[in-house]
Design a protein around this ligand. Structure first.
Ligand code: ACO
Length: 339
């Protein structure tokens, strides 16, 4: 833990990494399971394929691969981490998978816990991590966004199964003492009153307990989604929260190098970019290859664009996550990269 930092510390984004399962399922493959077509899926979503965890893969393993790549980019050893935040709605263990990730990495000095906010999870975790860094309570934090929604998709529901895939993405951040702050602003929102449009609800079966009393049994139903309502929510709230953030931070759309949105659907990305007047060449998109990987989409996209040179040191990025809860948020980031 950092003891000498001041409350005025900012945060610096130092490294990123990602990992996806080995197995890719194309739109044509899915057509063997449900009545759909490559042209329907591509035209409505922009998705061509998705990666799905196999029997020998786990969320902790994917997360560890992504985290190791982020640590390697930053040039940090795992035992220098103070905190590991794992944003996921689909842990290997409902009690939390972050400690397993900590053990796999050998991050013996880090406390580790899960944070659940569906597709907004990575952004919420990044902002949470920044608070620990800014107060001076911690110096180095690993944030992972990882999900394996394939375990919870109804693969016979063509309205939802074509959308989702599995992946993990990681970001390592540290406290700065020189005034630099790569998190220039953020806004977070929740609205549980609209939560029923996208749910992974508990089963409501009851089993006998003792005497006349019963208990609810464990387990969850597959993902239930009202696609049109989710779409309307996204294209209304995401431009609104990004506009508010840009105003609050005195930023013009032209000042941004990149728009990095949760990769849910290409039509949502296009609609948000149009409303913000951001040209399509500044909108990052890789959902054609992975589909919607929930908490993983933003860090996986970040990692891809950093490694192929699109995102350079000093670039400014407006990011927004949105999804179940309902939850949504926006952050204005600057990429620093390794020291
Ligand atoms: N293949 C072929 N036909 C299909 C498929 C499919 N995979 N899915 C639906 N259809 C059919 C429907 O049955 C319907 O036919 P009908 O009129 O005969 O009943 C027709 O296509 C139109 O269906 P809609 O649901 O109206 O299609 P829409 O244009 O709304 O597209 C979609 C559906 C892609 C799901 C869209 O609503 C969407 O992208 N919504 C947002 C979903 C999303 O991003 N969810 C994740 C949010 S993030 C998170 O937190 C997880």
């Amino acid at each position: 833990m950092a003891e000498s930092l001041t409350r005025t510390s900012g945060v610096v984004l130092r490294g990123c990494g990602s990992a996806t399962p080995n197995r890719s399922i194309s739109n044509e493959d899915l057509g063997q399971r449900v009545e759909t077509s490559d042209s329907w899926i591509r035209s409505r979503t922009g998705i061509a394929a998705r990666k799905v965890v196999g029997a020998d893969e786990s969320l902790a393993e994917l997360s560890a691969q992504a985290a190791e790549r982020a640590l390697q980019m930053a040039g940090w050893s795992a035992d220098s981490l103070d905190l590991i935040l794992l944003a996921t709605s689909t842990p290997d263990d409902l009690f939390g998978s972050a400690p397993r990730l900590q053990a796999r990495l050998g991050a013996t000095n880090a406390v580790a816990f899960d944070l659940t906010a569906a597709c907004s999870g990575f952004l919420f975790a990044l902002v949470t991590a920044a608070q620990y860094l800014r107060t001076g309570a911690m110096a180095r934090i690993l944030v992972v966004g990882a999900d394996q929604l394939s375990r919870w998709v109804n693969w016979d529901d063509r309205r939802s199964c074509v959308l989702f895939g599995d992946a993990a993405g990681a970001l390592v951040m540290e406290a700065s003492t020189d005034g630099r702050d790569d998190l220039e602003g953020f806004l977070l929102r929740s609205d549980g009153s609209r939560g029923e449009v996208l749910q992974l609800p508990q089963v409501s079966e009851r089993n006998p307990l003792v005497g006349d009393s019963t208990h609810q049994c464990g387990g969850f139903l597959p993902i239930q989604m009202n696609g049109q309502e989710v779409y309307k929510f996204a294209v209304r709230e995401v431009p609104a929260i990004l506009t508010e953030l840009l105003q609050e931070t005195g930023t013009k759309a032209n000042d941004l190098n990149w728009l990095l949105l949760h990769q849910a659907n290409q039509r949502i990305l296009d609609a948000v970019a149009e409303r913000l007047s951001v040209s399509s060449d500044r909108v990052l998109s890789n959902l054609a290859h992975y589909g919607n990987t929930s908490a993983a989409t933003i860090p996986v996209m970040l990692d891809e664009a950093v490694r192929d040179g699109r995102i350079e040191a000093g670039h400014r990025i407006a990011s927004s996550g949105f999804g179940a809860g309902l939850s949504w948020g926006a952050a204005l980031l600057r990429w620093s990269g390794p020291a």
